[in-house]
Design a protein around this ligand. Structure first.
Ligand code: 6R9
Length: 654
């Protein structure tokens, strides 16, 4: 296992205790952990009271048919009513729900009262197409208000939405539409990306050629570009929706009524349609959005930079924040349009107080330079969040220092499409934060690090992350594939009943959890388990390195050898750093930071790293390069030309 090695790996020794003033006003308290431990069902019942239930549940959890859970059994609610109408009824109709910022500079402020009207009209429109509860609707839209309105309109009618990221190919959309047998697709004529209007509807048409289940395509006019049209099937949003009544009475659905399907890529084969349901999911996202971000309705301005095509957008743009009556920023475009200060300009002008983003973007900001955020007024910020991959201590510290004025709480939130909501995270105002660690399962959540046999590993050791107790936001299955659900998540540890997350993790000496990346990203060098993430962290902590990706390449003597791909920081002359000497210095630096065992066999300087559209580095492709193989399937890359750039750069530059 190499546990000794892990135990010896360098820990970031800095700890940041919570600010007293912050702690005094924090939503979370240390007592929550004990309360949840003493009576888990009672704890979750109390969290469910955050919502409006048309009929109250009779039982908190039914786990008798594990791994198929039922939460808040017998309860009935309408998810959209909880996210919109009740805030209007409570007298907050004039509060802004969404400060929308379009990429070209157009803006829209939408109050809760307006959102209620918009969602009601859209629900009436979908109902007029003959859709009824349980039917599936695919949504492929850019980050425009209609995306959120569409999701809520589905929820209001009990329709199951399947949002497909706007950057996905026609083939990817088609397989998702077919798998879910969607009856309607909602899309737009085009989308703005880096200052240009790119077609979207044309791709949808390509995807739908011969797709038999789709009766209608509803098209939002966003880019004003010429759009191919299929008479009878295609309908303009503004013609269909705007004409509808703004009155719509929401119907209550069973707590376990399906809310959405969201496809996520597995390690192999076709994407899995992760199924989420209503009452438990909404309870968990509302609870976590409240305690993890310390959200104060009516006071905070919240901004999650994810796209609604990913689970983070579902749970922390749409359902959690709206259930909690947030005022939030929704931004349509890329972070460097028109320039690299775009996010900070938005924080400054909208007075954003809670900012939630991904490590890959934080490292990009680092690469762009400290002077960019420094030239904006970021004093409205009070909580910073991170999600999507392990955040290296260097990026964490940069984030706190440069965005958080050296004092704001940073919450590193671990969770997955499958978990529905945040599972492991510090609590601001409660937790003494450690840069790079997600630290501890939230109150009500059970997580453990175990070895191959399922036995919990001692402090200072690593293994697999498992979730050992059911949780309200958990996936209820894989759409149409019960067996795959059992096999993928529940079979690894036999009868122990653990959910296998697919992530490696370790406990530090205090028992705090450090995520080490996907299990398939954990390298095995001479029988020692070394995380790609820790080597990446070490590399990024060197002043010449902006971003690094590390893979384990097969090696005849050691099993795997460590191969690193690095992007250099702006100021460093390429020729200079490419030299033998500079690469030697980086290898020594890693040896110094982690130990000689972690010294990369090879370091390659590259201009870009291959990333998926959600910003995850595709190490599989880098392994192909490291092992001198032909590069594999690049279709899920955000930019498929990146691999050519890397390969040609290596040939050219040696
Ligand atoms: C929310 C989301 C899930 C995978 C997960 C893990 C990685 C996400 C993380 C993190 C370390 C964090 N991940 N957050 N790893 N620290 N704070 O990203 O969902 O797209 O399904 O990805 O992302 O590997 O297993 P999803």
């Amino acid at each position: 296992m190499g546990d000794e090695v892990l135990a010896n790996l360098k820990h970031e020794s800095q700890v940041f205790p919570p600010d007293e003033e912050f702690a005094a006003q924090a939503n979370a308290t240390a007592a929550l952990y004990d309360e949840a431990e003493a009576d888990r069902d009672g704890f979750w019942a109390a969290q469910a009271e955050r919502l409006h239930w048309e009929t109250k549940w009779s039982r908190v959890l039914d786990w008798s048919d594990a791994p198929f859970a039922k939460w808040f059994v017998g309860g009935r609610l309408n998810v959209a009513y909880n996210c919109v109408d009740r805030h209007v009824e409570d007298g907050h109709g004039d509060q802004v729900a969404i400060h929308w910022v379009g990429e070209p500079g157009d803006t829209r402020d939408i109050t809760y009262a307006e959102l209620k009207d918009d969602v009601s009209r859209a629900a009436n429109a979908l109902a007029s197409l003959g859709l009824s509860a349980g039917d599936r609707v695919a949504v492929q839209l850019p980050m425009i208000p209609e995306a959120i309105v569409s999701m809520l309109a589905c929820a209001r009618l009990g329709l199951v939405h399947s949002v497909v990221f706007g950057g996905f190919s026609p083939a990817a959309l088609r397989s998702r539409v077919e798998d879910a047998a969607a009856r309607v697709v909602i899309t737009s004529d085009g989308q703005y990306r880096r200052g240009k209007a790119a077609p979207m509807k044309a791709n949808v048409d390509e995807a739908l050629a011969g797709a038999e289940t789709v009766e209608h395509v509803v098209v939002v006019r966003r880019a004003g570009i010429e759009t191919p049209w299929t008479e009878g099937r295609d309908l303009w949003w503004h013609e269909l929706v705007d004409a509808q009544s703004a009155e719509h009475t929401p119907e209550a659905f069973d707590s376990e009524h399906p809310l959405f399907i969201l496809y996520t890529s597995g390690t192999t084969g076709r994407p899995k349609g992760i199924l989420h349901t209503s009452g438990g999911y909404l309870t968990q996202v509302a609870y976590t959005h409240d305690v993890v971000f310390d959200h104060k309705p009516g006071q905070d301005v919240y901004w999650c930079t994810a796209d609604i095509g990913w689970v983070t957008g579902h749970s922390y743009i749409v359902y959690g924040p709206l259930a909690n009556r947030a005022t939030q920023v929704v931004y349509e475009g890329t972070p460097n349009t028109p320039d690299e200060g775009r996010h900070w300009e938005i924080v400054q002008s909208k007075k954003v107080s809670i900012y939630y983003t991904a490590p890959t973007l934080i490292r990009t900001f680092m690469k762009w330079g400290d002077q960019i955020p420094a030239s904006y007024d970021l004093s409205s910020l009070r909580v910073l969040g991170s999600v999507g991959e392990p955040i290296n201590p260097e990026a964490w510290l940069w984030y706190r220092e440069n965005i958080g004025a050296g004092r704001l709480p940073v919450v590193d939130t671990w969770w997955q499409t499958e978990t529905g909501g945040i599972m492991i995270s510090p609590l601001p105002g409660v937790t003494a934060a450690k840069p790079g660690s997600a630290q501890r399962a939230l109150p009500g959540i059970g997580a453990k690090v175990v070895d191959q046999t399922g036995a919990e590993v001692p402090h200072g050791s690593g293994g697999y992350l498992v979730l050992d107790k059911p949780w309200p936001g958990m996936l209820r299955g894989i759409w149409g594939d019960e067996e795959r659900y059992r096999d993928t998540y529940w079979s690894r540890f036999g009868d122990l009943g653990f959910y296998f997350a697919g992530d490696g993790a370790k406990y530090d000496d205090d028992g705090d959890v450090w995520l080490l990346g996907r299990v398939d990203d954990v390298m095995n060098v001479s029988g020692h388990r070394i995380s790609t993430t820790e080597v990446e962290s070490a590399l990024v902590s060197h002043p010449t390195v902006a971003e690094a990706a590390v893979v384990g390449a097969s090696d005849p003597t050691t099993g795997q050898g460590i191969v690193a791909f690095v992007i250099l920081r702006g100021g460093v002359a390429e020729g200079e750093a490419r030299g033998e000497e500079a690469i030697g210095a980086l290898r020594d630096h890693v040896a110094k930071e982690i130990g000689p065992i972690a010294k990369p066999r090879q370091i390659m300087v590259v201009p870009e790293l291959p990333k998926t559209r959600s910003g995850k580095i595709m190490r599989r492709l880098l392994r192909d390069v490291a092992e001198n193989r032909e590069v594999g399937d690049v279709t899920t890359l955000a930019d498929s030309s990146v691999m050519d750039l890397i390969s040609s750069g290596l040939k050219g530059g040696g």
